[in-house]
Design a protein around this ligand. Structure first.
Ligand SMILES: CC(=O)SCCNC(=O)CCNC(=O)[C@H](O)C(C)(C)COP(=O)(O)OP(=O)(O)OC[C@H]1O[C@@H](n2cnc3c(N)ncnc32)[C@H](O)[C@@H]1OP(=O)(O)O
Ligand SMILES: CC(C)C(=O)C(=O)O
Ligand SMILES: [Mg+2]
Length: 521
């Protein structure tokens, strides 16, 4: 692939190859295709779709993806052996354009202990592999595996030989994430200084995150002349992962003046969606604090930060959530929040400061937050309407619960008894699983029909003391409510979580009725 603009950085995505190597379960061709279509829309330039010699399924995945991409170039990986290169050709033959990526390790430890060869043998294998791949396509990438630990003389010699044999891209991987940014930048600089034919190929880097340096090393390499970076969505990849696509793309965009005006073809507003699809298909949740795409990346829970963000978002947000495809930032109310946050939340609910005593509400809010951890907008509103002894009063309480579930031919059935105000009522019902059966009973008992939008179950503690915590988000009349339940029995945790949310909805309904009455008066 030829991009004739020295400022343009080629984004080579290896989510489906190196990223997939990190999964406990390999992906099917269909799953890979689903991710590839998202990557294509995201604007990556090359998609390394798999390792065709690896299995018939991966051969099929590379073929399928090659046939369906609209913009990106498909690429298959091969060792420096004939049969792997031929398998790449087999997977991609017939396409207008495709890349074969062949590699061999060049560091002493890999050459001697893994490949059990001499360095001369390795250079010969590299040349033979590139030459063979060039017979099939004019887009050939060669990688010196473990370049980060390769003596520089050996690296220069291999790179020169690979380019001479016809490699159009030469990749310098820090395979084990060993180097530091200054050191890695110097490796790239040395190659530009010492390899005579370096200008005949695009120099690429492929950094791993074992010491948390993958993004820094990739950016330093760009500053030293590399023009392709190999990345994966959510930083997926062997061990601690590959360089994360979203981190480099957003750094290049956000700090372009510092990056010498470099740019990529990434459509940044598609990043959040790509992250979510990769996390879902790969069954690999994104850690909350992951830069750019974590759920906490645009969240603020402390009063000083919330005050700053409310006055000017740029005080604590260097990029906007919208620019990477999230709807908005999140301001969580906790005992670390301050008065500005409380005032702002009440204003968004329609309460002018003249209608309440901020100091009094704030003092009560802090007591509630110390008890509950997180306070939601409807909890805050309840402080205005209920006296302190009533603000957490519950209308619904679980008295007992019975479920029958099981394998084939057993219809999940539940029976739930709730204390509702001063009365007790029981309901029985079925569902498509035991939790669904319980939720159906609770819906009938409370009369609250809400839509379940999120259900998360997590183990708290371990061994005999382990409990299951269920968190639910439900939507009721256009407003989001949250419920939490904790028990040694996860079905009971689920019931408690929904009942918790129903109690909040019940209180919000009383407030809504009261507001209506006041208006009518
Ligand atoms: C740094 C990286 O991410 S490299 C990519 C890693 N990805 C993968 O390994 C996933 C796909 N791999 C596979 O499906 C399999 O490992 C295959 C099909 C490639 C090979 O399977 P097998 O033939 O059973 O070999 P196995 O994986 O056990 O061992 C690898 C062999 O390849 C050799 N080898 C490793 N890298 C290279 C290379 N770049 N060029 C040539 N030979 C290589 C090893 O020395 C070893 O050879 P040996 O059998 O003579 O000892
Ligand atoms: C195959 C190569 C590029 C690789 O994944 C690595 O060296 O980390
Ligand atoms: Mg790798």
């Amino acid at each position: 692939m030829a991009i004739n603009d020295d400022k343009r950085v080629i984004i080579f995505d290896t989510t489906l190859r190196d990223g997939e190597q990190a999964l406990q379960s390999s992906l099917s061709p269909k799953q890979k295709l689903q991710i590839a279509m998202i990557l294509d829309q995201l604007g990556v330039d090359v998609i390394e779709a798999g390792f065709p010699i690896s299995s018939p399924g991966d051969m099929e995945a590379v073929r399928l993806i090659g046939q369906n991409l609209k913009n990106a170039t498909v690429c298959g990986l091969s060792r420096a052996v004939d049969k792997d290169i031929d398998a790449c050709y087999e997977a991609m033959k017939g396409l207008d354009h495709y890349r074969i990526h062949t590699f061999i390790a060049t560091s002493d430890i890999h050459v001697q202990d893994k490949l059990k060869k001499s360095f001369d043998d390795v250079v010969e294998m590299a040349v033979r592999a590139v030459t063979r791949a060039r017979k099939y396509t004019d887009d050939v990438e060669f990688s010196c595996e473990d370049a980060g630990r390769t003596p520089i003389d050996h690296l220069c010699r291999t790179v020169e030989a690979a380019i001479k044999a016809g490699a159009t891209t030469v990749n310098i991987p820090d395979t084990v994430g060993y180097t530091l940014p200054y050191e890695f930048g110097n490796i790239i600089k040395s190659l530009f200084d010492r390899v005579p034919n370096i200008d005949k190929a695009v120099i690429s880097v492929h950094c791993h995150n074992d010491l948390g340096m993958a993004t820094a090393n990739s950016l330093t390499a760009l500053q030293n002349g590399a023009r392709q970076i190999e990345v994966a969505v959510n930083g997926l990849g062997e061990r601690a992962g590959n360089c994360s696509l979203e981190e480099v793309a957003m750094t290049i965009k956000t700090r372009s003046e510092y990056m010498g005006g470099l740019y990529t073809g990434i459509v940044s507003t598609n990043i959040a969606r790509a992250s979510q699809v990769v996390a879902g298909v790969c069954n690999e949740p994104v850690p909350p604090h992951k830069a750019i795409v974590g759920s906490n990346a645009f969240a603020h829970s402390s009063g000083i930060h919330q005050d700053g963000v409310l006055k000017n978002r740029s005080t604590y947000e260097i990029i906007t959530p919208e620019s990477v495809g999230f709807k908005e930032n999140n301001l969580h109310m906790t005992a670390r929040s301050g008065r500005h946050m409380i005032k702002s939340c009440l204003a968004s609910l329609g309460y002018d400061e003249s209608t309440y005593d901020l100091d009094d509400v704030y003092a009560r809010f802090l007591k509630l937050a110390d008890r509950k951890g997180q306070v939601f907008d409807y909890d805050l509103e309840a402080l205005l309407f209920f006296s302190p002894d009533k603000e957490e009063e519950t209308q619904f309480e679980l008295e007992s619960l019975n479920v029958i579930s099981g394998g084939k031919n057993v219809i999940p059935t539940a029976s739930v008894r709730l204390k509702i105000g001063k009365r007790t009522r029981t309901e029985s019902g079925t569902g498509n699983g035991p939790v669904d059966a319980v939720f159906n009973c609770i819906t009938r008992l409370t009369g609250i029909r809400c839509e379940l939008t999120n259900y998360v179950i997590a183990a708290k503690g371990s061994g005999m003391n382990a409990q299951g915590q269920v968190d639910v988000d439900v939507m009721y009349q256009g407003r989001q409510y949250h419920g939490k339940g904790l028990s040694t029995d996860v079905i009971e945790s689920s019931a408690l979580a929904l009942i918790h949310a129903c109690n909040s909805i019940y209180r919000a309904r009383i407030i809504a009725d009261e507001k209506l009455e006041n208006k009518e008066k």
